[in-house]
Ligand binder design. Structure first.
Ligand code: C2E
Ligand code: CA
Ligand code: CA
Length: 696
């Protein structure tokens, strides 16, 4: 179990430097080794077998080390893989000193070949030495003390010696594994899923080694010349282990950039949080998102986009502060884990530095690009105490940074709209939509001559615990969470089903559905609407979509394309809430709408405020000159109704006429007005319908 071997070298070094255990291991190993060598030499014994056996063992060791070095494998063989079988065999046959010498030779050879890894080699070598020592003690406890002068020859092995051999192997594996785990992982670190799989794999290898070590002993005693042949099965065993490990690591990495993926990052974050908790320190996550990466992808193609991401990943890696780790969450989102930070401001400083590095000009096939990035920072334990929570908070902060174009933002609870309450409501809304528990009510738009110009579909949701939730409230949540397309789909589907039923019953009233700017920016929206109309057998003229000028704020070109597509299919557009935002002539002319709805805030003050009356008059004139119909919403009294008629408005909507009603009530209301009895509706002044009291 070497959980850190797959981590960044920097963090491994930091961890190596932290606990004193590695130093103790190196010290104890060096001391006992020195004493052992001195005692053997002092007694005139030899350290290593001479002659054919000695040379053959040396050649075998050389082959295995050469293989490891040639393949550039970082992994030390001690305790795992091919080397352990050899060490164990030497231990059984000649005692701990020759085994330790083999181990030492490898430290020197591998350390020399991979110089930057000397620290790791030294630690692993010492751990191996201690494991060998422990195994030798276990053998000695059973009365077996082999040496070069007096080897434990396999000819003398009896059946009852087998448990001894198993015990020695087991002790060796256990001690090396435990020491490595404790020196590399901080004490008390949770055993992650990855570490657990590694443990199982180690156990299996241990069994394989158990089988091979005694065979080496037998060959060494009888046919030493054939010893180097063991290189073949040992290297094969090693490769199997290696492949298994690479596979396991691939599952933790993003295939494009080779950076850790989301799962791995969360694992690492959990470990970092454990450590921070023990040390009473802070840790932070920095979420980085590239601005406008999508447009690069769209204009230059995915291949170019991939190359760009590679460059970004490379820059990120190079700019990481000591101990930090970077991961790619997918798309153009990256995360940096800072296992220790001093303060919120220092975390923010790191984030700013990272995005300024990413923001310097990039070269892509001769094109110079400047990609800006936004970063959100969340700090443990200030903002969250779990990895997932921290990531979510960093995400919220990142959106804040994007919206404010401020580069990097630290999470602030008071600016986070995603309170647990909101998140709960969002989940409930999603379930209600799936269960069909959301209803549509219909509010008529009526002409001054009394004819019903249409119905507006308005969502109604009664929450099982909270009761009626105002549409403004849950629509805002749906809009900021990505649930909006699902809601609109639901409303369109329900409304069109209702239109089809009314038409079948001889009621030919058009229905208006509110769509959010998000919907208009969803690719394929126009086609999807056309498809739905066809499926319900409803002519496009029977559907109206109410949009607001906000559709023009984000991507005016795409919005214009979608709206053109919709009107091309014959769907009518209505501009809702006119007068509230930045509505101006300019906007009006760019939107292919056929109707304009004056916002109820103006209508409400119409009778009392001359200025508002003047605005309404201008609006009506302007709209008419552009060939648009004008509807006034929120009409509540007769006086307003009369003013609107005098100003030349075309239709009104409001409680004076009727509030939004459930479908059956709407049917009854339409029938009562004589809709569907004849094509030309009854001409009745709405003032005569005061009896239709609102029941919203
Ligand atoms: P809106 O599109 O401006 O809808 C008109 C709102 O005014 C409705 O509120 C309606 O009940 C209310 N209203 C109608 N007559 C009167 C009146 O005489 N006086 C006053 N004070 N208010 C009146 P509601 O149903 O609460 O909807 C609020 C907003 O929620 C809607 O404003 C619309 O923007 C949004 N909304 C409602 N249903 C949907 C939907 O299915 N999809 C989307 N995207 N948005 C919807
Ligand atoms: Ca509306
Ligand atoms: Ca409105």
């Amino acid at each position: 179990m070497e959980p850190t071997d797959s981590g960044a070298p920097a963090s491994r070094l930091r961890r190596l430097a932290l606990p004193t255990l590695p130093y103790a291991a190196v010290g104890v190993a060096a001391a006992s080794f020195g004493t052992g060598v001195y005692r053997v030499l002092h007694n005139g014994g030899s350290l290593f077998p001479s002659g054919t056996v000695g040379w053959s063992l040396a050649v075998l060791t050389g082959l295995i080390v050469g293989h490891l070095v040639a393949l550039g494998r970082d992994r030390w063989w001690g305790g795992t893989g091919s080397g352990a079988a050899l060490t164990l065999a030497a231990l059984l046959l000649y005692g701990w000193l020759p085994a330790a010498l083999i181990s030492l030779a490898v430290v020197v050879l591998v350390g020399g070949a991979r110089r930057h890894r000397w620290r790791q080699a030294l630690l692993h070598g010492s751990v191996d030495l201690l494991g060998i020592g422990a195994a030798a003690l276990a053998l000695a406890a059973c009365g077996t003390v082999p040496s070069v002068r007096d080897p434990w020859a396999p000819d003398s092995w009896q059946l009852y010696d087998m448990p001894q051999i198993v015990l020695a192997a087991f002790t060796y594996l256990l001690v090396t594994r435990a020491l490595l785990w404790y020196s590399l992982a901080p004490p008390g670190a949770a055993l992650s899923g990855i570490a657990r799989t590694a443990l199982v794999r180690q156990a299996l290898v241990g069994v394989a080694l158990l089988g091979i070590a005694p065979l080496i002993v037998v060959v060494a005693a009888h046919r030493p010349l054939m010893l180097p042949l063991f290189a073949v099965p040992l290297i094969a065993l090693d490769s199997t282990l290696w492949i298994a490990r690479v596979r396991a690591e691939e599952q933790l990495r993003d295939p494009l950039t080779g950076l850790p993926n989301r799962q791995h990052l969360l694992d690492r974050t959990w470990a970092a949080l454990d450590q921070a908790e023990r040390e009473g320190a802070r840790a932070a996550l920095v979420l980085i998102d590239l601005d406008r990466f999508r447009s690069v992808n769209d204009t230059l193609g995915h291949m170019a986009g991939d190359r760009l991401l590679l460059q970004i990943a490379e820059r990120l890696r190079a700019a990481l502060p000591r101990g930090a780790e970077a991961a790619r969450l997918g798309g153009d989102e990256f995360v940096v884990l800072l296992p220790t930070v001093d303060s919120l401001t220092s975390a923010q400083r790191v984030a700013r530095n990272l995005i300024s590095v990413l923001g310097s000009p990039l070269d892509l096939d001769g094109i110079t690009l400047v990609l800006e990035a936004s970063a959100g920072v969340a700090v443990y334990p200030d903002h969250a105490v779990d990895a997932e929570g921290l990531l979510r908070r960093a995400d919220v902060a990142m959106y804040q940074a994007k919206r404010d174009r401020s580069g990097a933002e630290v999470y602030e609870a008071r600016r986070d709209g995603n309170t647990p309450d909101r998140l709960g409501l969002l989940g409930d809304l999603r379930r209600a939509l799936d269960a069909g528990d959301v209803e549509l009510h219909y509010q008529p738009k009526v002409g001054f001559d009394g004819h019903v110009a249409g119905l507006e579909a308005l969502v109604r949701w009664v929450h099982p615990d909270r009761g009626r939730v105002p549409p403004d409230e849950f629509i805002a949540i749906a809009e900021s969470s990505g649930l909006m397309p699902r809601l609109t789909e639901y409303v369109l589907e329900t409304a069109l089903g209702q239109v089809a039923r009314w038409r079948a019953a001889g009621l030919f009233v058009p229905v208006a559905v509110n769509v959010s700017p998000r919907d208009v920016h969803t690719p394929g929206f126009a086609g999807a609407v056309a498809g739905r109309l066809a499926r319900h057998g409803v002519p496009p003229g029977a559907l109206q979509l109410e949009i607001t000028e906000h559709v023009l704020l984000e991507d005016p070109q795409r919005a214009a394309d979608t709206l053109a597509g919709l009107t091309g299919h014959g769907v009518k557009m209505s501009l809702d809430d006119f007068g509230t935002g930045y509505s101006s002539l300019v906007h009006l002319r760019r939107l292919p709408v056929s109707e304009l709805k004056i916002d109820r805030s103006f209508v409400a003050r119409l009778a009392v405020d001359n200025e508002d009356a003047e605005i309404v008059r201008c609006t009506v004139d302007l709209a008419h000159s552009l060939g648009l119909l004008v509807v006034a919403e929120g009409v509540e009294d007769d006086e307003t109704w009369e003013r609107l008629r005098d100003l030349g408005c075309d239709a009104v909507q409001g409680w004076l006429v009727a509030a939004a009603m459930p479908p059956e009530e709407t049917t009854a209301w339409l029938r009562a007005r004589g809709e569907g009895r004849s094509a030309a509706a009854d001409i009745t002044a709405p003032a005569d319908h005061d009896a239709d009291q609102p029941v919203t």
